[in-house]
Design a protein around this ligand. Sequence first.
Ligand code: AMP
Length: 198
Amino acid sequence: MRDFPISHVSTGDILRTHIASKTELGVLANSYVSRGDLVPDSVMVSLVQQELRQHSGDKHWLLDGFPRTLQQAKALAEPATGVAVDYVIHLDIPKQTIIERISNRWIHAPSGRVYAYDYNPPKVRGKDDVTGEPLVQRDDDKPETVAQRLDKYAQMTTPLVEFYSQPTSDGRKRLVTFAGTESDVIYPQVKAFLESVL
Ligand code: AMP
């Protein structure tokens, strides 16, 4: 994490690494990710448990993109997982804002360079700045895939929000919601919150 001493564990990034190197998990995951579907809970839970074991010495960590289902949240809460979730950051952003933002993202696949047509455009539309090669849109960044993901996300978020709205056994509130459309506005609020609790 840029501003904090927090290990960033992103399930999307981990899956993309597996997909790019065509591991057994990557080939399996790709059949779901490319359609905008969630990878099965059993696969995700063992992946995250393994990842958290590697981070067991870290003081703080941020789980990004996990849990996405109630089953994943319940598995994470199992004592065997060996970690406790202190806070859940819930970003409440309008659907159309997300579709526009994500479908503006284009990449140069061989180098991994990422462009955003709204705030970090390539010098020539559709071409990588360094090589001039064509940019591509990740399958899961295409507007129709994003819309499909968001519909599923909305259906799945409600039970998760309810789950994390329950106070902890010591009566602490874990769910913290930030609403808005601009990351420039929301991020300082998230940062201030994290600074207050770290
Ligand atoms: P992300 O970069 O977090 O949006 O993740 C990209 C894709 O990876 C998602 O659309 C899912 O297909 C898959 N994925 C990431 N995290 C999870 C998760 N916790 N459970 C199931 N699938 C996931």
